[in-house]
Write a protein that binds this ligand. Structure first.
Ligand SMILES: C[S@@+](CC[C@H](N)C(=O)[O-])C[C@H]1O[C@@H](n2cnc3c(N)ncnc32)[C@H](O)[C@@H]1O
Length: 212
């Protein structure tokens, strides 16, 4: 397997058919990922940072960066003064790049959508950026993220608009709200996350939920 041309990389990972494929594609992309995302004009970490600043107290509670990748979000949160951030990702190659940044207190290779090896209520809040997209983590990921977040904590995430409406996210988010598992605090309109990446329909939305 070889890395496709830069303009084709977002669509290449989004078209992954299973966890094995998405993992091997990100392992291959890992060393070039930061430079590519910077050249695409990646906007989500800055917007998510605004949301985190609105709702997540800097009280030292552990934070989970779910689907942390190379740690772009962790770097921003660290500059903002958030501490004790754990990176979780399915790709060890991406986590290896994240580790070199020195902003995470822990790194865990694991798949969202499967049981997570953290105690219930362990994290004060969770961020999940760029990972709820086609071919990546499924809507059922929220079940474990909710279990490991303390009551009153926040879960802040981006979701691609196409999978929100057509990939079961909208239904899952509403079901969890109906059951009282979480309550919607704020959401954004769709925005273009990677304007320079040549991906079709590449809009995302951000949701902030408070855990019940
Ligand atoms: C577009 S990158 C986003 C990385 C980082 N959050 C950022 O904003 O740059 C998506 C990440 O999700 C990870 N990923 C894909 N499927 C996953 C899953 N089921 N569980 C955990 N991580 C997953 C990939 O390995 C990749 O690092």
């Amino acid at each position: 397997m070889t890395l496709p041309a830069k303009d084709a990389r977002v669509n290449w990972v989004i078209s992954s058919k299973n966890n094995e494929e998405v993992t091997s594609r990100y392992d291959l992309w890992a060393e070039a990922y930061d430079a590519d995302l910077q050249s695409y004009g990646y906007r989500s970490p800055g917007i998510v940072a605004g949301m985190v600043g609105r709702y997540v107290a800097k009280d030292g509670s552990p934070l989970l960066d779910a689907g942390a990748g190379t740690g772009i979000m962790g770097e921003v949160l660290s500059v903002l003064g958030y501490q004790d951030i754990t990176a979780l990702d399915i790709s060890q190659g991406m986590l290896d790049v994240a580790e070199r940044k020195g902003v995470y207190s822990g790194l865990k290779q694991a798949a969202l959508g499967e049981p997570l090896d953290f105690p219930s209520g362990h994290f004060g809040s969770v961020v999940c950026v760029g990972t709820l997209v086609g071919g990546h983590a499924p809507p059922s990921s929220f079940d474990e993220l909710l279990r490991i977040t303390r009551s009153g904590g926040h879960i802040v995430f981006t979701v691609r608009t196409d999978v929100y409406h057509g990939g079961g996210f909208k239904e899952k988010q509403e079901e969890l709200e109906g059951s009282g598992a979480w309550r919607l605090v704020e959401s954004t309109e769709p925005y273009v996350s990677v304007p320079g990446s040549n991906q079709p329909e590449g809009t995302n939305m951000i949701f902030v939920y408070q855990v019940g």
